[in-house]
Design a protein around this ligand. Structure first.
Ligand code: AP5
Ligand code: MG
Length: 209
């Protein structure tokens, strides 16, 4: 089961990818999480990527493609994987097509206004990458999974979110047509509850297995 989760920033790709990965026992590969991990470790690649991420710009294709190529070569990807946030450009999609075949590109879609509201309330765990929203945290500031203190991502500042949305519409949205043309696109309404989105994705995967 080789899956891509496509969609604008904040649509819920990471939330759903984690749930689907747990249900189907396949790895969740988030390029954003991998880049943030490299920044936290202070690697040369992480430091180079940080300048782009802080502005809401895309990290250069050759950097991200290298990271994904190495990750897909690991043995746990043999029975399937979820790519969350990759590919994001036509060049990335075309390169990926030369490495693996894709069974489903799942577009979790949401309008820009709802996205801005979601991002303002997002809190993330810097240790295990779990994602929360302040509306469901009940005032807690610690991760329910590992106990670390939650943080707000630096690229969730409103002006950076607006730039990320502009970049999405310009560079990543063309992939919707790309994967529709390839016959593997599935559209999921990301404005539903987290559970309803999850059921819709499981219905899609169950129906085609
Ligand atoms: P990345 O980390 O991938 O960020 P993104 O695509 O902008 O998406 P997000 O992680 O912000 O949102 P999400 O869709 O995962 O939503 P989430 O589940 O968290 O990339 C960050 C940066 O890294 C990029 O800007 C770029 O610089 C670089 N990068 C990464 N990949 C790259 C690539 N391939 N090429 C080049 N550069 C790359 O949910 C959001 C919030 O909403 C949370 O608070 C959550 O609790 C809440 N929520 C989720 N679902 C629901 C729901 N159904 N109802 C209500 N609330 C919900
Ligand atoms: Mg994410």
């Amino acid at each position: 089961m080789n899956l891509i989760f496509l969609g604008p920033p904040g649509a819920g790709k990471g939330t759903q990818a984690a749930m689907v990965a747990a249900k189907y026992g396949i790895p969740h590969i988030s390029t954003g999480d991998m880049l943030r991990g490299a920044i936290a470790q202070g690697t040369e690649m992480g430091l180079a990527a940080k300048a782009y991420m802080d502005k809401g710009e895309l990290v250069p294709d050759e950097v991200v493609i290298g990271v994904v190529r190495d990750r897909l070569a690991q043995s746990d990807c043999a029975k399937g994987f979820i790519l969350d946030g990759f590919p994001r450009t036509v060049v990335q999609a075309e390169t990926l097509a030369g490495i693996v075949s894709i069974d489903h590109a799942i577009l979790v879609d949401l309008d820009d206004e709802s996205i801005v509201a979601r991002m303002a309330g997002r809190r993330t765990c810097p240790a295990c990458q779990a994602t929360y929203h302040i509306d469901s945290l009940g005032g807690s500031q610690t991760c329910a999974k590992c106990g670390a203190t939650l943080i707000q991502r630096t690229d969730d500042a409103p002006e950076t979110v607006r730039n990320r949305l502009a970049v999405y519409h310009q560079k990543t949205q063309p992939l919707v047509d790309y994967y529709e043309g390839a016959g593997v696109l599935a559209r999921i309404d990301g404005s539903q509850t987290i559970d309803a989105v999850f059921q819709a994705i499981c219905g899609l995967l169950g129906a085609v297995r």
